[in-house]
Write a protein of this length. Structure first.
Length: 518
């Protein structure tokens, strides 16, 4: 693409500029460390640093122009300058122009909601591959397309990085982009410049109140996808696909205007709903009613929350005119989603690792495990530091309601005192009538409806694994696919799945291990 500054000026409002409008632009970034010769450097104020302070370094690195929120007192004549009121608000729009509006060259599906986004991208990716399409995914676990797979740093990357990735996808022949859309990304304008074909709303439950303040503000951030971004894409005839089992979904469906709304859920009024579906420990199977007829489904995933994820996938696939066989084969091929009810092989008990880190997600996972258990259900869980504190006792409540025994331990304490977090969780566990035991208890039976606090996560996992029976189900919740634990300002290697395997191996090697009874 031969982009010049004048092309960027055409999409900006209330902009002032100085310098040659014919200056070519080959790329852009908001990070001065990523500037390459020919790039436009966009100075964005951040939480801990201000991009305006790095303009000299960007120019020195070869930036061909600067987009900022104010002109310097002494303007260098070396490069042209553009100034706008809010650089963050226009970053996505400008990046889209610089990279040739890549999302206009693919079908783009944006998925937002508190829970279910990642599982839905895995289902849709498999469905599209079964239909011989070439999907690309940007989400919580990874960014992947055309044989490439990168670990994700954010659910929704910064706008300049996002548009660059879409450009690489388009160049690599991607036909469908699947994007997990976070509330932070929407609120901070990271999705500006994206041409969405479909927006999906999965649900909304308490999370991120440390950032948004209230559930209403959280909802309004999610709503941006449907009231602001989708309506800008009328040339693509966009559609909203909404979970009508969720109360915020029902509200959203009423508030959307100017585009079709496809409702999915278990109710009779839903456009996509179960016809004859059964669920058990082996998964989900049956038929689904859609506007195009009856679709057959079979899945290794289980639980009512995964049924809703499957319904959403069917709704999207139906809108995209994917053949029924590809829908069936795609859903059937997803054996697991990393860190989402992921089973770790054990002869001691049935052990699952799950990302559930909100009250509703933990409740849903425990309900799914209740349907397959024959013995006790035990949960190891914690809450992240520097995040919504009000959900901590609620997490404790859900852990106690769904479990026979709870181990409260650290998640990612970050800058907070880990014990402070654990004591806040404990309040919720105690509300459900659970009694605390000490970690040092030796030989005495452990009672049901009780809990223990073990701040060190590895020690917590090890302690509980030594006390499992063969018919127990153990859920290690909160971190799922994560491969680190963040303590202070440092991320240490830590993968719940690997730690469980290591502790199981230690137990197998040991002899005469004390087996206590809950």
């Amino acid at each position: 693409m031969n982009i010049q500054l004048r092309d960027i000026l055409e999409v900006l409002e209330d902009v002032t500029h100085a310098g040659d409008e014919s200056t070519p632009v080959s790329g852009l970034t908001h990070d001065s460390r990523q500037v390459r010769p020919g790039f436009l450097f966009v100075a964005v104020p951040g939480e801990t640093s201000d991009g305006h302070d790095y303009i000299p370094q960007a120019i020195e690195a070869g930036a061909t122009a600067v987009l900022a929120q104010q002109l310097p007192l002494v303007q260098p004549s070396k490069v042209p300058w553009l100034t706008v009121r809010d650089t963050r608000a226009v970053l996505g729009k400008v990046a889209s122009v610089v990279y040739g509006r890549p999302t206009s060259r693919m079908t783009l599906v944006g998925i937002t909601g508190t829970n279910g986004k990642t599982t839905l991208t895995f289902l849709l990716e498999a469905i599209l591959k079964a239909a011989d399409a070439r999907p690309g995914v940007i989400g919580t676990i990874s960014y992947r397309w055309a044989g490439r797979d990168y670990s994700a740093s954010h659910t929704t990357p910064e706008a300049s990085d996002l548009q660059r990735m879409f450009a690489e996808m388009a160049f690599g022949g991607v036909t469908h982009g699947l994007l997990e859309v976070s509330s932070h990304g929407l609120h901070r304008g990271r999705l500006e410049g994206c041409d969405f074909d479909i927006g999906v709303f999965t649900n909304l439950t308490q999370d991120h109140l440390d950032y948004h303040g209230t559930l209403e503000e959280y909802y309004q951030a999610k709503n941006i996808l449907f009231t602001k971004l989708l309506p800008l894409c009328q040339s693509k005839r966009p559609v909203a696909i909404v979970n009508l089992d969720d109360r915020y979904g029902r509200r959203l469906a009423q508030e959307i205007s100017g585009m079709p709304v496809i409702g999915y859920g278990t109710g009779s009024a839903c456009d996509v709903r179960p016809a004859t579906v059964s669920m058990n420990a082996d998964g989900i199977a049956g038929t689904v009613t859609t506007p195009s007829g009856i679709f057959s489904i079979r899945s290794r995933l289980t639980g009512s929350f995964n049924l809703l994820n499957i319904l959403a996938a069917v709704a999207v696939a139906q809108r995209l005119s994917v053949p029924e066989k590809a829908v069936f084969d795609g859903i059937d091929s997803v054996h697991l989603v990393p860190g989402r009810l992921e089973r770790v092989h054990s002869s001691n008990a049935t052990i699952f690792v799950d990302y559930a880190h909100t009250p509703n997600a933990l409740k849903n996972v425990l309900e799914a495990l209740h349907s397959i258990r024959s013995g006790r259900l035990i949960t190891i869980m914690g809450c992240g530091g520097d995040r919504d504190k009000t959900k901590r006792p609620l997490m404790g409540v859900e852990a106690a309601r769904g479990s026979n025994f709870v181990v409260i331990t650290s998640d990612n304490p970050r800058s907070e005192n880990p014990l402070d977090i654990l004591l806040q969780i404990e309040k919720g566990v105690m509300e459900e009538g659970f009694s605390r035991i000490t970690e040092e208890i030796n030989g005495a039976p452990l009672k049901s409806d009780s809990y223990v606090i073990i701040p060190d996560r590895r020690q917590a996992i090890s302690w509980m694994i030594k006390r499992l029976r063969e018919d127990d189900i153990l859920l290690v919740a909160g971190k799922g696919h994560e491969t680190y634990q963040e303590i202070g300002c440092v991320r240490y290697p830590f993968d719940d799945r690997e730690v469980v395997r290591e502790e199981l191996a230690k137990l197998k090697k040991s002899s005469g291990t004390l087996r206590e009874v809950i």
